[in-house]
Design a protein around this ligand. Structure first.
Ligand SMILES: [Zn+2]
Length: 594
């Protein structure tokens, strides 16, 4: 971070220079990632100034908000300083301010953008008195051993397992942060902890709560909560993409939590039913559940091989699927039809048309078949039987609901991303897009009608994201003892994701996935960024001559991929580039969907 001092015109005001307190302020101005020095007037009202304080200052003749990022700094000799105009609010603690800077550097974004996530809204002018060191009492159920030692630790536990005792064990150690995949989960655990006598605070609404001790719970941004004396961090469902920030900087709460714990020398638990490749590369410390308990915590995952025949008008509803749905109970059917997703299958043998590695669907273009991600091409021919007659598999949610309704002889609900909240949910059987998995709390059966579309999508994380969908479905239907069942229709029944889920053994997926990532020189073994926008080409141009990164692209959408040894290398190369004068550029380091 380069710094410069603010200038003042005319006469210098305030006390004499040697008595003045000088602080460094990071203004919240887009396109600017630089701090400037100001002095603190003796008569400044509002909360006292410290690192993290939200202030107002004058910059280039305009008033702007900003954060104090350093205090008692030594400004360059002979420079006249401007005063802080206003102390607006108490802000994040100094460890969080530093963490935010690390995040900005690692994901090539603005420090101020991260500080905003870490700051109170509305402003906070005074803090609660600090609380007793002990925030919870009672027996720990033996789970306190999970918190022994330092550094990140992966805790694998089946999708149907209750994580409450882990959180209570965290509370017994002292102030804690719990990052959940969504606010609904955070709220549910906050309620249970508080009924068990633990002091809890929700982030960001109860922003100042962390200063009272206790447990701060929230979605991904809770990883930036200000909690003096923080004793542990727990990240729930660390594999879930909802923990990744959707805008630049695209930080992931798991990675931020691990870095925060490293700096604070406290334990950090990464809890997941199927630990992510990123987590498994970060640490070898993986705690496995008892095998019987793990298996019991997964629902039955039943694989239906669609290559055997083509029942129904559309081939979307196999006989065994319809039989299961007729048995009764609430059922949710997921159909992912987004963008140009069109699946091709061999009309003779039913195999999906895939690239030679088998990991990506191919689509038709003018010259034959093409795989979007790898660029592989070949004539229209089936690799399994050399057949040349291909068929398109395509059906929208509405037609699927209609056909299913005919097959079941009862009305079927319909939900897509654009359906209003709560709409279409009052039927026993519902067909919808992935959005349904976030709207339905419980069901007896979840069906993936065209899982291959997700599994073989042209993205390097396609298999990992497909596994995430299965885990969400698993938590909706609950453990196998309760009758919960997930049905997956597929033409690749031996895929690593399906082997892992049907056997309730996540390592069938992760071992193979990690090997493929390493071979393909992909994250988490390498750093990767995606550059898009109208000026992307001009923006990445200077990188072609650089040794530390490789530039790939443009792809069909004009996007470029930048690869390097690790995330920091890629981010540093991108941060140093000048922005083109015209056009739009957007940079995503570690993009979830590349
Ligand atoms: Zn064939």
């Amino acid at each position: 971070m380069r710094t410069r001092t603010g200038r003042v015109e005319g006469e210098q005001k305030g006390p004499r220079r040697e008595e003045r307190r000088v602080v460094r302020v990071l203004p919240d101005v887009s396109g600017l990632n630089k701090a400037f020095d100001y002095f603190v007037p003796a008569d400044l009202s509002g909360p006292p100034i410290s690192v993290g304080s939200l202030v107002r200052v004058q910059l280039h003749g305009r008033r702007t908000a900003g954060w104090v990022v350093a205090v008692d700094v030594e400004p360059p000799e002979g420079v006249k300083l401007e005063p802080i105009l206003k102390s607006s609010s108490i802000g994040p603690t100094d460890d969080v301010v530093e963490l935010a800077q690390w995040v900005a550097v690692q994901w090539a974004g603005r420090w101020a953008a991260v500080l905003k996530t870490a700051s109170p809204d509305p402003f906070v002018r005074s803090l609660p008195r600090s609380a007793p060191a002990v925030v919870a009492t009672g027996p720990s159920d033996g789970l306190d051993v999970l918190f022994d030692g330092l550094g990140p630790r992966v805790v694998r536990s089946a999708p149907g397992t209750d994580r409450f005792e882990i959180l209570r064990a965290a509370a017994l150690r002292g102030p804690a942060i719990v990052v959940a995949p969504d606010q609904k989960t955070a709220a549910a655990f906050a309620g249970r902890l508080s009924r068990a006598g633990v002091r809890t605070h929700r982030y960001p609404n109860q922003w100042a709560g962390g200063f009272e001790g206790g447990v701060v719970l929230g979605a991904r941004s809770a990883v930036f909560a200000s909690v003096p004396g923080l004793a542990s961090i727990v990240v729930l469902d660390e594999h879930d993409d909802s923990l990744a920030n959707e805008r630049n900087p695209n930080w992931h709460a798991r990675d931020v939590a691990v870095e925060r714990a490293r700096r604070a020398k406290i334990p950090c638990l990464l809890v997941s039913a199927s630990p992510s490749p990123a987590a498994l590369v970060m640490t070898e410390d993986v705690r496995l559940p008892d095998r019987t308990a793990e298996r019991a915590g997964w629902p039955v995952v039943q694989i239906i091989d669609q290559r055997d025949g083509d029942p129904g008008r559309t081939g979307l509803f196999s006989g065994s699927l319809v039989r299961r749905l007729r048995e009764g109970g609430r059922a949710v059917c997921i159909l992912n039809r987004k963008g140009r997703a069109v699946m091709l299958a061999c009309a003779t043998c039913g195999e999906l048309v895939r690239s030679s590695t088998g990991d990506e669907l191919m689509i038709e273009d003018d010259s034959g078949l093409v795989a979007i991600r790898s660029g592989e091409t070949r004539p229209r021919i089936c690799l399994a039987c050399s057949g040349t007659k291909l068929k398109r598999l395509r059906l929208g949610v509405s037609r699927a609901a209609e056909e299913l309704s005919t097959l079941l002889r009862e009305p079927v609900g319909e939900v897509t991303g654009t359906t209003g909240a709560g709409e279409g949910l009052d039927h026993r059987v519902i067909v919808g897009t992935e959005a349904l998995l976030h709207r339905v709390g419980a069901a007896t059966t979840v069906v993936f009608l065209d899982f291959d579309n997700e599994l073989l999508a042209p993205r390097y994380r396609a298999a990992e994201q497909a596994m995430t969908l299965l885990l969400r479905a698993a938590s909706i239907v609950g453990p196998r003892a309760g009758g919960g069942r997930v049905l997956v229709q597929t033409r690749v029944p031996d895929h690593r994701v399906l082997r892992a889920a049907s056997r309730a053994q996540p390592e069938f997926f992760s071992t193979e996935e990690l090997a493929l990532r390493e071979l393909g020189e992909l994250p988490p073994y390498r750093g990767l960024a995606m550059v898009s926008g109208t000026a992307a080409e001009a923006f990445v141009e200077p990188l072609h001559s650089r040794l530390e990164v490789d530039v790939l692209g443009p792809d069909r959408d004009g996007r470029f991929l930048v690869k390097g040894a690790d995330r920091g290398t890629v981010a540093a190369a991108l941060s140093g580039l000048p922005r083109p004068k015209e056009g739009r550029v957007s940079v995503a380091v570690d993009p979830p969907r590349a």
